[in-house]
Design a protein around this ligand. Structure first.
Ligand code: ADP
Ligand code: MG
Length: 250
């Protein structure tokens, strides 16, 4: 397999404030995420996880160093170009689901395609297909308040997937859920990663979640201090043992 880096940080620092109040939220981070990986970004509170996610998602720019997304130097793009890149290539999933309240599941899932000016009929077909992928086609016309927390997060995942992104970025996707629902969401993400070859980067502060992923990137005080496949992988299995046929190019 060619090692195609979806994400490449080269000496990335993010510095807030100046002088005495300077905070190095990220401090000289070198990190790559390859196509087909499922990476957990872990570390204690304040270690730089959200800052790293904001940079990976092209929502913010490094103070120092370079960030390449799919080989493109993000620092050379203006805000509109970065917005376009996000819309085309990145799906976001947040802890709080972020669904429109009085809008049905299928309409929520269609939204990214509205921004991409996909015709209505194709939009609906793709949204239904995406809901099928998360096992919610029979809830398509329910609004978020008529769905459980786990179901709402599955709608949010369907919305993130509908535009066929190169990278799914999830920030504490199980943070608001009880244990059975956490497991359900993690198993869904593993399935999407293994069966569809979707590259996933997920922030979590819950060590239990590392059993599901192929790699853990551990942050401490803005530095990447560990970048390994966890030893105790049981469910997902290390990436290198998965059949090549289960990975598709994206
Ligand atoms: P985590 O997500 O791991 O909890 P963050 O990336 O949010 O950590 O924060 C890393 C460090 O950067 C913390 O010390 C935090 O206080 C600081 N920080 C984050 N965002 C800002 C900001 N907008 N202004 C100033 N300091 C910030
Ligand atoms: Mg955070």
């Amino acid at each position: 397999m060619t090692t195609f880096a979806v994400v490449e940080f080269k000496g990335v620092s993010k510095i807030y404030g100046a002088g005495d109040t300077e905070v190095r939220a990220l401090d000289g981070v070198d990190m790559r995420i390859h196509r087909g990986e499922f990476v957990a970004i872990m570390g204690s509170s304040g270690s730089g996880k959200s800052t790293a996610m904001n940079l990976i998602g092209c929502l913010d720019l490094p103070t120092l160093g370079a960030y390449e997304f799919r080989g493109v130097n993000v620092c050379e793009l203006d805000a509109d170009q970065r917005a376009l890149l996000r819309r085309m290539y990145i799906g976001f999933v947040f802890q709080g689901f972020n669904l429109l309240a009085r809008t049905s599941a299928v309409e929520n899932v269609e939204l990214p395609l509205v921004y991409r000016r996909v015709p209505a009929r194709e939009r609906r077909e793709r949204a239904m297909e995406s809901l099928r992928a998360v096992g919610l086609e029979n809830r398509a016309h329910h609004t978020p308040s008529e769905l459980s927390g786990g179901q709402q997060q599955r709608v949010a995942i369907a919305r993130a997937l509908v535009s066929d992104p190169s990278l799914l970025l999830a920030d504490e996707p199980t943070g608001n859920l009880d244990s059975p629902r956490k497991r359900e969401i993690m198993e869904l993400l593993v399935r999407l990663n293994e069966e569809r070859g979707i590259t996933i980067a997920m922030v979590t502060h819950e060590p239990d979640m590392s059993v599901y992923v192929s790699r853990v990137a551990m942050f401490k005080d803005g530095k990447l201090v560990g970048d390994d496949a966890p030893e105790h992988v049981t469910f997902a299995g290390p990436l290198s043992t998965r059949p090549l046929s289960s990975r598709q190019s994206s």
